[in-house]
Design a binder for this molecule. Sequence first.
Ligand code: CP
Length: 289
Amino acid sequence: MKLLEINSLSKDSILKIINLALKLKLNNNFLKINASVANIFIEPSTRTKISFIKAEKLLGLEIYNLDFKSSSFSKKETLKDTIYTLIQYGINNFVIRSNTLKFFKEIENIENINIINAGDGINQHPTQALIDALTIYEHFKRLDNLKIIVCGDIKFSRVFNSFYHLIKKFNSEIMVACPDQFKNNNLDIKYVDFNQGLKDADVIMMLRVQNERHLDINLNQNEYIKKYQINLEKLNKTKKNAILIHPGPINWNWEIKDDITYNNSKVKILKQVKNGIFIRAVVLGLRDI
Ligand code: CP
């Protein structure tokens, strides 16, 4: 199975993955896989990397971890040569995070290997979109008929890119609030005022300002906060059953004020983190879908 971009999954496949993840979360019955996996993280990660490793351990996989500094990537070895090398050691499952857009183009034709895109630059992060969808589904028992507001840096967000394409498969409305610099003209998006959009929203997804990806954009933090930050006062005015999610990592006091805490009943951020284990275990166990 190659999970490279979210659009390779149909609506039915997404619902199947979510339901398998929910079942796994309930019964903790991780079916063992007799195979090896390499986690190749050329870009930094905490939750994606660790939740994949945790899921792999629960599935009984033999695990090999590669990062940039301690591998031959730092000597300019290509991804393709790295994969061919690891195949010789009996490894045929690859979880890869890279800052190269569509890094998988280089390796997708290699036969008999499974590849999961764990984030490729600003392009896609399909397992994060599945995690976000699972977290929403757990709360509302559906992915249809929801109003979702996404606030923040959508232009540079691979999480948003995957999430947008996932939600478009369902009958839900997605609205975005962001400064002009972060608008994405390649996607059909309804842009709204954040405070207006918040009133109607069932789901509030806040995104990190990815300062490291747009060194040429100068944002005034005070203006950004005034228009696009969520704080406790704003959260308290949202619908009674609304939820707040964030894929992490959070820039506290940029997109979310620190008067909002993880234990607020509307905040599902740690649930998203935990759901990473179950979604990733299901995806690792999939062969064809
Ligand atoms: N959401 C996410 O991808 O987090 P990490 O960068 O910590 O993996």
